[in-house]
Design a protein around this ligand. Structure first.
Ligand code: XMP
Length: 527
């Protein structure tokens, strides 16, 4: 059977008339720009910086945004754009490096400024322009640059300044080309959304007709056409992405969908039962639960190294899934919850992958091994859009707002050897921290919360007796995209209740610590 791994989504992208392309020059904030644009109901995609003017014409975009990036336009190896993109007549907004690049091409002077600006600055608007409609005369903006545009030719008008940046915003006199030295996409530029909206609506003349519901209907129709009368298999993990995929597939093909949940014994307390209940309540799908705890634990016996744990778990998962999938006749497709950030990240480093910190994609080889055709209905969406879609498809809040849970599950939170006894200790403690955060109404306000069991014993005293038991860590983080994260400033009384309950209720734990490391340099998971 043929393996189709290229975009299998047959939704005709040209049918969504309005779109913005973000040219990626290596910006930290590239995905954020795309998300902000979509928040104004205009579809937006990220493309490579060296896309040609001809290729751009094929996309028929309403506007282009040149992202920021870490380079200096004068570096020999700095990423450049095809200069003819400025002659297409398509509006362009350059942000930070993007602005320096366009000014450099069209007649501006870029210098490595003495006063590098990182952080908040006050921006004063000096000329009226549709880009600054409803923007205050003076407002806080977020700067993050070394080089800056110090002078522009008479073809440009300077629109705004800060105390150290003489050209904080520019406009070309004859072309629909704008530049911003600061970052309108970050929350530290509180009025940044107004600028992006003005660019979309006033400069690019978009109408904002991109809606998630339309996207979902188009997707459902295209899935129906593609699948015909064949069967689709969908792996369920209990996480939001796979649940939304299943819900979408169910909407499209109903009884032709079979779901497989591999219970690897590394799930949270009652997780497998919860998934079965929630799915049973919402869809009458063919659900296969593979009970494989013993098999996974056997594989993990004596394994201490995190990457080896991941590989063993990934491999065993594939084996279990494959075995179950083979028992489902007529299955031709596999539906997976790949999201847009995964798509961008896997294509973003064509010259060699960045350092592998953790192996995340545990089931990467699955479609190839099984000879399935892959359906990835969420591959154009960001996580927050997937959540909104989940709600629109009728999934319960409890499922849609779940904190992410890693594929290798509790194994990477059970430091040292993974045994049933140690997992049970961890599972109980984990259930307590989740219960307490919910009681404190902080679950939705935090990005991820969990317990980590250390391979360390410490001395304690219970009653009159000395104990020598496990130390356990509570990890809770705030994060927008999980690429960076800060430890959550949980109230002391919430932490105190968690700690007291764990020490009193979970046999084998006599010490609880709170992790106060941010990512980077720490990662969110401990392994
Ligand atoms: P780190 O620990 O890299 O985690 O800061 C970032 C996000 O990824 C999740 N994570 C994983 N997810 N398989 C997964 O499916 C993995 O091996 C894995 N490791 C980390 C982590 O929970 C966090 O949300």
């Amino acid at each position: 059977m043929t393996v189709v791994t290229a975009s299998p989504n047959t939704v005709d992208k040209k049918s969504t008339a309005e779109r913005i392309l973000v040219l990626d020059f290596g910006a930290q904030y590239c995905q954020l720009i795309a998300r902000r644009v979509r928040e104004h109901n205009v579809y937006c995609e990220i493309v490579r910086h060296d896309i040609t003017a001809e290729q751009i014409k094929n996309h028929n975009p309403s506007g282009l945004i040149l992202s920021g990036g870490p380079s200096s336009v004068y570096d020999e190896r700095s990423p450049q754009c095809d200069p003819s993109i400025f002659e297409l007549g398509i509006p362009v907004l350059g942000i930070c490096y993007g602005m320096q690049l366009l000014c450099n091409h069209l007649g501006g002077q870029v210098e490595s400024s003495e006063a590098k600006e990182f952080g908040r600055a006050n921006c004063t608007v000096s000329s009226s322009d549709p880009l600054f409609n409803d923007f205050p005369a003076s407002a806080q903006v977020w700067m993050s640059h070394g080089d800056q545009v110090t002078n522009v030719s008479s073809d440009f008008v300077s629109l705004a300044q800060t105390s150290t940046c003489p050209v904080a915003a520019v406009k070309h006199k004859n072309l629909p080309v704008y530049g911003l030295q600061f970052h309108p996409e970050v929350t530290h530029t509180p009025q940044g959304s107004t600028l992006l909206k003005n660019f979309l609506y006033e400069v690019c003349h978009c109408h904002g007709n991109w809606k998630l519901t339309d996207f979902a209907s188009e997707m459902i129709e295209s899935i129906k056409r593609r699948v015909g009368d064949k069967r689709v298999i969908c792996g369920l993990s209990g996480g939001v992405d796979s649940s939304v995929v299943a819900a979408l597939m169910y909407r499209a093909i109903g009884p032709q969908l079979s779901c497989i949940l591999v219970d690897n014994g590394l799930l949270r307390k009652s997780e497998s039962e919860t998934v079965v209940r929630m799915f049973g309540d919402h869809f009458k799908t063919d659900l296969h639960v593979v009970k494989a705890e013993d098999r996974f634990l056997r594989e993990l016996e004596g394994v201490l190294d995190p990457q080896e744990k991941r590989l063993k778990i990934g491999h065993t998962f594939i084996e279990c899934f494959k075995h179950e999938a083979k028992s489902i006749p007529d299955a031709k497709f596999l539906a997976q919850g790949t999201l847009y950030p995964d798509v961008i990240e896997s294509g973003a480093a064509p010259d060699g992958p960045a350092a592998t910190i953790k192996i995340h994609h545990n089931v990467g080889g699955l479609p190839e091994e099984l000879g399935f055709e892959l359906i990835e209905p969420l591959r154009d969406l960001f996580k927050d859009e997937v959540r909104r879609l989940g709600l629109e498809l009728g999934l319960p809040d409890e499922l849609v707002w779940r904190h992410p849970f890693p594929g290798p599950g509790l194994a990477v939170r059970c430091l040292g050897e993974v045994t049933k006894e140690r997992l049970d200790v961890l599972r109980e403690a984990d259930a307590i921290v989740i219960e307490e955060i919910r009681k404190a109404d902080l679950y939705r306000k935090t990005a991820q919360l969990f317990a980590v069991l250390l391979p360390v014993q410490s001395v304690g005293v219970m009653g009159d007796a000395r104990t020598y038991d496990n130390a356990l860590v509570i990890r809770c983080v705030d994060s927008e995209d999980f690429m960076t994260a800060d430890w959550s400033r949980l109230p002391y009384d919430v932490l105190a209740t968690m700690s007291t309950r764990i020490i009193n209720e979970v046999a084998g734990v006599n010490r609880v610590c709170y992790d106060i490391s941010s990512k980077p340099p720490a990662t969110i998971e401990w392994e």
